[in-house]
Design a binder for this molecule. Structure first.
Ligand SMILES: NC(=O)c1ccc[n+]([C@@H]2O[C@H](COP(=O)([O-])OP(=O)(O)OC[C@H]3O[C@@H](n4cnc5c(N)ncnc54)[C@H](OP(=O)(O)O)[C@@H]3O)[C@@H](O)[C@H]2O)c1
Length: 346
């Protein structure tokens, strides 16, 4: 069956935020407001549980409505962050209404006709959409932002990444659980463990998303396949290790990169210095390096601990930190929406 094509994007689109009450959804509303996105109207949608609740927006409040198939009449852009099954359930309703879905879940990311977009890296792919654009995995976005300027200098052969991922990556209730467990731990009480497989307070959990047959996790798999797709570089070998740590917001990653050609630390430093969305915070002499506990609410991806890896011929190591609720989710999605505005696509 031929798919209905999205209608022309007006200069002042109607925007729906599905999952508006969640950790990402609230940041989406904040980001739309902060970046003065030229929306004619913003609709806040969530489950029946949240109907009638109010969310702050642009000096006023939005009243949350229930997400239903009828929610998309008159909508131009639908920002989705309500989980993969919800995105799957409402895809046809969004596309059928002629709107563009920008989806934060992993439901469609690897479909060949769904662009997977990091606006600083592959903005041109957004225009190829046929109704759905996927926002990459949060850990992938910050790593790809850092890898892209290096890959332009010298082809990347192999990446080994170890992540230190914040509780908020699992949503608003997971952040609350970390607060609760921390209080319970300090009070000597039994810990409430619901959102993660084990206690997160005063612990690290080497397990994010489900286990796959090869012993890796789906989060690790996402970092591998999504990085190759965004960089359009299937030849890069990637080994990802994903760990949940008791941090509220901001994912950190230690990234080891092996190149096929020479690249110096100075060249990498210069490339990071001029790359959009990247801030170098790297000065061992003053103990300067980015740290997740201090970067909540920021938009950039911060790089530090940049140094040569002497164990291979052409290798670099660096540490990178970004607020995954912002650049890893809400900000990246709103930047994609900005790419769709008529003045941007002309
Ligand atoms: N957290 C991150 O760092 C991050 C980063 C990138 C991508 N994502 C993705 O973004 C999505 C949301 O994540 P989150 O962290 O914001 O989760 P969250 O805090 O748990 O929020 C979930 C949102 O989905 C809504 N929802 C749940 N079931 C629904 C239903 N049946 N119908 C309509 N709305 C429903 C919730 O509404 P109610 O309040 O009414 O229940 C809430 O607004 C997930 O797909 C996640 O993988 C998250």
């Amino acid at each position: 069956m031929p798919r209905p094509m999205p209608k022309p994007m007006p200069s002042r689109p109607v925007v729906a935020v599905a999952g508006a009450t969640g950790a990402v959804g609230r940041e989406m509303l904040f980001t739309l407001e902060q970046r003065a996105f030229p929306a004619a109207q913003v609709k806040a949608l969530a489950s029946a549980r949240s109907v009638g609740s109010r969310l702050p927006f642009a000096g006023g409040e939005l009243t949350v409505a229930e997400l239903t198939e009828a929610s998309f009449e008159g909508v131009d852009i639908a920002l989705f962050s309500a989980g993969g099954s919800i995105s799957e359930r409402f895809r046809e309703a969004v596309v059928g209404a002629g709107a563009v879905m920008i989806d934060n879940s992993s439901a469609f990311r690897m479909e060949s006709d769904v662009p997977l977009v990091v606006p600083e890296v592959n903005p041109e792919t957004a225009a190829t959409h046929i109704g759905v654009i996927a926002n990459p995995n949060c850990s992938t976005i910050q790593m790809v932002l850092a890898l892209a300027p290096l890959h332009a200098l010298a082809p990347i052969k192999r990446v080994v990444v170890s992540t230190y991922q914040a509780a908020s990556g699992a949503g608003a209730a997971a952040m609350e659980e970390l607060y609760t467990q921390t209080r319970q731990f300090l009070d000597g009480e039994e810990l409430t463990v619901e959102r993660f497989a084990h206690q997160l307070a005063f612990n690290c959990i080497p397990h994010i998303d489900i286990f796959l047959d090869d012993g890796s996790t789906k989060e690790e798999w996402k970092m591998v396949v999504e990085t190759k797709k965004i960089l359009d570089a299937p030849e890069i070998e990637i080994c990802a290790n994903c760990v949940r740590v008791p941090v509220l917001r901001c994912h950190a990653e230690m990234v080891n990169v092996e190149f096929a050609a020479p690249i110096t630390v100075e060249q990498a430093r210069a490339a990071f210095g001029s790359a959009p969305g990247i801030v170098l915070a790297d000065d061992p002499a003053t103990q300067t390096y980015p740290m997740p506990g201090l970067l909540a609410g920021t938009d950039d991806t911060y790089i530090g601990r940049l140094r040569r890896d002497p164990s291979v011929e052409y290798g670099l190591n660096f540490w990178c930190v970004a607020d995954q609720l912002r650049k890893g989710a809400a900000l990246n999605a709103v930047q994609i929406a900005e790419l769709l505005l008529p003045q941007r696509s002309n």
